[in-house]
Design a protein around this ligand. Structure first.
Ligand SMILES: Cc1ncc(C[n+]2csc(CCOP(=O)(O)OP(=O)(O)O)c2C)c(N)n1
Length: 520
């Protein structure tokens, strides 16, 4: 038995025993000791093995499964540029505390800087994630602490072994159980609670339990998951007078608020800001607040804060949003209203995540995911493929550029029930809502139209695809249950028209709320 095979067996056996059950691999030679062993484990149905030719997508796919399972998922590649392709997902995992277990195969250290083939410095390649550079067996359990991990394994030749041994014999799987930290006491008075999109890693139930103890009005970047959240707040908080009128003594923010200027301006108005986010311990240790809490308090002493004014404002806003014409906003609102309970939703970066914040409300039983660690438009299709593995039904909404960025994922399309809605505005619509709108060369450097017929592109991959360009067409599709994998290209008005509609609805909502709460 070669030393490399023995090392691979020892490390994989430990991981499987500790409850790592999903392994994502990409083909290569240096990682062969691992991939051959994993193929054996998969054939005995001890693990789930996923093979992806592109390491960048492989890592995002692993990230998606890891998010959905709240457990480590291993992603394994050969040496050289393959390892660099893990970088975007590694960064996303670091900033969102996802249990990504990165394993890069390497050549022996002695070959570094000698001009040897496919050999670079893989130690510290992900900078923010410490590398464990291994030449021999180590105990892995202490490393599985809930954060992303990088194992760089030096494999020397021979990489393959003629001899067979039953390295899985007698394996006993005792998974590590990961629990979020909930504990400690918070004493405060009146205020408003704001829930950032990624929940700071807490489950919806953990947050809802905290909401119940706090008895304050709630607003959420992801209103779909929180029955007590006042929807559409981001629209009317764009008005400085309304912000001022609603400004509370205290604000608690769970996680990060990365979606809108209006909510962040509102947060600045509180006399006292409390942040709850485990990442303030390390990832975000320069975060500023009057009180930084690394865990969700289990005991809360607070004063009931009347939310009637928020209720009124949100009802007035809801009435205005019902009058919307066909647009990205109506499409996203209708898709979300049609979601069935016990399903997952993955939301792409850019406008879709923001339209959900502005135009949707609580929908029972939907698990919402997004890559908010760094808000990349990369790897979103692969991430949703990973999430879909773990749910009976998954839907996703993303922009056309986000979809195209990760189009290569379609080479390995899933068999699960997954429907991806691509909001096609032929380019980056968000930029038309930002100050650079209309600047010199805007279309070339910001709008970046692709001018592609997405239906043709997608069908080229052999994937089932439909096109809708009005509400009636969309509603017809929404009535059909998700059955297998399909993409729906949703053609919406131009980016400029959408930006204008967004401005108008924001203004209409603000006016209605100002009048409704007697600020006019
Ligand atoms: C990897 C990466 N590159 C660039 C960006 C900057 N960026 C943010 S939104 C966006 C445009 C996205 O366009 P699309 O997916 O079509 O969504 P829309 O803006 O139309 O809602 C870009 C390029 C990013 N967030 N991530």
């Amino acid at each position: 038995m070669s030393n490399s095979t023995k090392l691979a067996h020892s490390l994989l056996r430990q991981l499987i025993q500790l409850g790592v059950s999903n392994f994502v691999i990409s083909p290569g030679s240096r990682n062969a000791p691992l991939t051959i062993a994993l193929s054996e484990a998969a054939s005995k149905q001890i693990i789930d093995l996923h093979v992806k030719i592109d390491e960048r997508g492989a890592a995002f796919f692993a990230l998606g499964i890891a998010k959905a399972r709240n457990n480590y998922v291993a992603v394994i590649c050969t040496s050289g540029t393959a390892a660099a392709n893990f970088y975007p997902a590694a960064l996303e995992a670091f900033h969102s505390n996802v249990k990504l277990l990165i394993i890069t195969a390497d050549r022996p250290e002695i070959l570094r800087k000698t001009g040897a083939n496919q050999t670079t410095d893989q130690v510290g390649i992900y900078k923010l994630i410490k590398t464990h550079d291994l030449t021999s067996e180590i105990e892995l359990k202490p490393l599985l602490n809930g954060k992303p991990i990088h194992l760089n394994i030096q494999f020397s030749e021979p990489l393959l072994s003629e001899e067979k041994n039953d390295w899985l014999a007698g394996i006993k799987i005792e998974p590590i159980k990961y629990k979020n930290n909930v504990g400690g006491k918070l004493e405060t008075s009146t205020g408003v609670l704001i829930i950032g999109h990624d929940n700071a890693g807490y489950t919806d139930d953990e947050i809802n339990s905290f909401v119940g103890k706090l008895k304050w009005p709630v607003i959420a970047e992801n209103p779909l998951s929180f029955p007590h959240a006042h929807p559409h707040a981001v629209l009317y908080l764009s008005d400085p007078k309304i912000r001022q009128a609603l400004a509370p003594e205290n604000i608690i923010v769970i996680g990060r608020t990365t979606l809108s200027r209006s909510v962040n301006e509102f947060i600045k108005l509180a006399k006292n800001l409390i942040v709850i986010d485990p990442r303030v311990a390390d990832v975000d240790n320069n975060r500023q607040a009057d009180l930084l809490l690394k865990s969700m308090p289990s005991e809360v002493i607070s004063e009931f804060t009347n939310g009637d004014i928020w209720q009124t404002a949100s009802e007035l806003a809801a009435a205005e949003t019902k009058k919307l014409l066909w647009s990205e906003q109506t499409a996203i609102k209708s898709i979300c209203e049609s979601l069935t309970s016990m399903s997952a939703l993955f939301v792409g970066s850019s406008r879709p995540v923001r339209d959900i914040e502005a135009f949707t409300k609580f929908q029972s039983g939907i698990l919402v995911f997004a890559n908010r660690g760094l808000a990349g438009i990369d790897g979103n299709v692969s991430t949703v493929f990973g999430i879909a593995q773990e749910h009976e039904t998954t839907n996703s909404i993303m922009g056309d550029l986000t979809f195209l960025h990760d189009i290569s994922a379609l080479t390995n399309a899933p068999k699960e029930n997954l429907r991806i809605f691509v909001i096609d505005n032929n380019g980056g619509g968000i930029f038309s809502t930002l100050p650079q709108a209309g600047s010199n060369g805007f279309e070339q450097v910001f709008g970046t139209p692709h001018n592609l017929d997405l239906v043709k592109v997608i069908s080229g991959f052999g994937v089932s695809v439909g096109r809708v360009s009005d509400l009636t067409g969309l509603e017809l599709i929404l009535k059909k249950p998700v059955n297998g994998f399909e993409v729906v290209v949703v053609e919406v008005p131009s980016r400029e028209v959408n930006a204008q509609l967004l401005k108008e609805i924001t203004q209409r909502v603000s006016n209605a709320v100002r009048i409704g709460i007697n600020l006019a």
